[in-house]
Design a protein around this ligand. Structure first.
Ligand SMILES: [Zn+2]
Length: 175
């Protein structure tokens, strides 16, 4: 056997014909235009449903388990530690402490930003430590931002709130 031939790449013989734009224009191939009407709904569940309804009122709702004494936000409907129903709802302040943050100069779809987006995990005052609240920080001086700084929510005006986490526009440093 010829060595040159044995090293030659194997090119498969493709069968079939490529479709061209002309084939669609002239109707020589079968096709159909279809405009789908797709609607989605998301069930928030009891805990997040109430949390979002309270957001619309400008309040941060949390749940409390009296057995392990934990206050959880975002709220759960049962305590996953004690494996029992939570005992009560509580309203927390809209202040807290920055636990961690990131400074991003690109959007989710990789567009450059002059003013960075600053997603942060915030320990809301009154909540059990370790249950951070994910939101955005707004600041004129991102270089001065530090873990441990105190922040406060800046809410949309009441008539613009929709029962969404974005009813809080962002958090701002207060000290
Ligand atoms: Zn518990």
């Amino acid at each position: 056997m010829n060595e040159q031939a044995s090293l030659a790449p194997v090119v498969p013989q493709l069968i079939g014909t490529n479709l061209r734009t002309r084939d669609f224009r002239t109707g020589s191939v079968f096709f159909e235009y279809y405009k789908p009407k797709l609607e989605y709904a998301w069930d928030t569940g009891k805990a997040i449903g109430k949390f979002l309804a309270e957001m619309k009122k400008g309040r941060v709702a949390a749940t409390h388990c009296s057995k392990c004494k934990r206050t959880l936000v975002p709220p759960r409907i049962f305590c996953e530690k004690c494996f029992r129903d939570i005992d009560k709802w509580v309203t927390l302040k809209d202040t807290g402490v920055i636990e961690t943050f990131s400074v991003s100069f690109v959007t989710w779809d990789v567009k450059r930003l002059e003013k960075p987006q600053i997603p942060a995990v915030i320990a809301i005052d009154g909540a059990t430590p370790g249950y951070g609240f994910l939101h955005l920080i707004n600041t004129k001086d991102w270089k001065a931002l530090r873990v441990g700084q105190r922040v406060k929510a800046v809410w949309k005006p009441a008539h613009q709130r929709k029962g969404s986490i974005t009813d809080i526009k962002y958090f701002e440093v207060i000290e």
